[in-house]
Each structure stands twice: as structure tokens, then as C-alpha cells.
Design a binder for this molecule. Structure first.
Ligand SMILES: [Zn+2]
Length: 218
């Protein structure tokens, strides 16, 4: 489950002329790979990533009791008060194009993108009375869920890099036009992030099912 809490748009951009998209946007590559999410890219120029991991406590000595505890304590609720999801990844992104004008035209010389991601999931501390096999089972549930939220996080990171690629080099007659066009292009990438995240949830049933690109016999 991905819950988009806040997408804050900063100084933005786009071009007055038709703009050729980069050859292979990273988000498209994820879809083409059957939602096999790659390793999160390491630090790259122009991208500032801030990550947070928050948790809420659950209890129980068996998996069933832990699941019931999650249902009661998860902070993600539906309007009727029922649990909406066990975990979520919230993100916000801003982009800051460096506009430079030479008098004849204006262009995006460089782009900086800031991305903040907060993953919230449950935390469980077993008591000594919990049998080892049950303990392992519950821990595996938590690991699977966190790995899924990390995939959402990676998708937003890939989207940030796609924003940089899409905006860098945009040009137009004046900087206002370029700024407006760059903003529209950035918004399109944000929409794509939402689409890919939603499609990941469908393809993996929010994590427990292997991505189509990993399944055998398909
Ligand atoms: Zn999800």
C-alpha cells in the first residue's frame, strides 16, 4: 500500500519547444521488467534523498494475534475507522531547475531534486515464550512488508532521476516559458510514479506475490 501524503512542488520548469523524452525512463524500465524493482541507485549528482523509517508497536505470541494487533494499531485508517493498510511509504519531491538565459533563449543548465521518503510499518518484539518457528514466521512477515515498502521508495528515487533527465537541457524563448514547461514535465513524472506504484501493488498484491518478471512459467 502506498499512501501519497504530500507532494510538494518547488520552483519548476519545462520547454516551449517539443521536448524529446529520454530514451528509456527508469520508471518505464521497471514496468517493462515485469515490476522487478532494481537495487536503489546510489547517490547521484543532482539528487538529495532523505529517508525515514517509523514504526508502531504491535504485540502477540502467534502470527494470528500479531495480525489482529496490526489491525487495531495501524495508523492508516479508512474513513470508517477500519485498517486501510499495514504499512505505507509517503514521499514528497521538489525540483529546482537552474535556468540560464543567453538573451536569445533560456535553458535548464542543471536540475536539483530533493526527495523525502518516510516508511511507516509495524515493529514487534517477541517474548521468550514465543516458539522459534512462530517467531521466525512473524519476523518474515515484517521483512516481506518492509521489502515491499522499500520497493515503493526505490520507485520514487527512480522517478527523481527521471525528473532530472527530463528537465535537464530543456530550452525555450524565455525563462518563464521554460519554467512552465519544466513544471508540467515534472508533474507528468509524478503521475508516472503514482501509476507505477499502484501497478506494483496490483502485480504483487502489495508485496507477498512475486513480481511477474520473477514468476516462473508465465
Ligand atoms: Zn504497496
Amino acid at each position: 500500500m502506498l499512501l501519497l501524503l504530500a507532494v510538494v512542488l518547488g520552483g519548476c520548469v519545462t520547454t516551449a519547444q517539443p521536448h524529446a523524452p529520454p530514451p528509456t525512463p527508469r520508471l518505464d524500465a521497471v514496468v517493462q521488467a515485469g515490476f522487478v524493482v532494481p537495487e536503489r541507485p546510489t547517490a547521484s549528482p543532482g539528487r538529495d534523498l532523505t529517508q525515514h523509517l517509523e514504526s508502531y508497536k504491535v504485540g502477540g505470541a502467534t502470527a494470528d494475534v500479531v495480525l489482529a494487533s496490526i489491525a487495531v494499531r495501524s495508523p492508516v485508517r479508512n474513513d470508517d475507522g477500519s485498517k486501510a493498510s499495514d504499512a505505507f511509504a509517503a514521499w514528497s519531491m521538489r525540483w529546482f531547475p537552474d535556468l540560464q538565459s543567453d538573451g536569445a533563449e533560456c535553458s535548464v543548465a542543471d536540475v536539483r531534486v530533493t526527495l523525502d521518503v518516510t516508511i511507516t510499518t509495524w515493529a514487534w518484539r517477541p517474548s521468550p515464550a514465543v516458539p522459534p518457528n512462530e517467531r521466525r514466521r512473524i519476523e518474515r512477515m515484517g521483512e516481506t512488508l518492509l521489502a515491499h515498502e522499500r520497493e515503493h521508495e526505490t520507485i520514487s528515487v527512480l522517478g527523481a532521476l527521471d525528473v532530472i533527465d527530463a528537465l535537464r537541457g530543456m530550452r525555450g524563448r524565455d525563462c518563464d516559458q521554460v519554467r512552465t514547461a519544466a513544471n508540467a514535465t515534472g508533474q507528468q513524472v509524478l503521475d508516472r510514479i503514482r501509476e507505477v506504484n499502484a501497478a506494483l501493488d496490483v502485480a504483487t498484491q502489495h508485496g507477498p506475490v512475486a513480481a511477474p518478471g520473477l514468476r516462473r512459467g508465465d
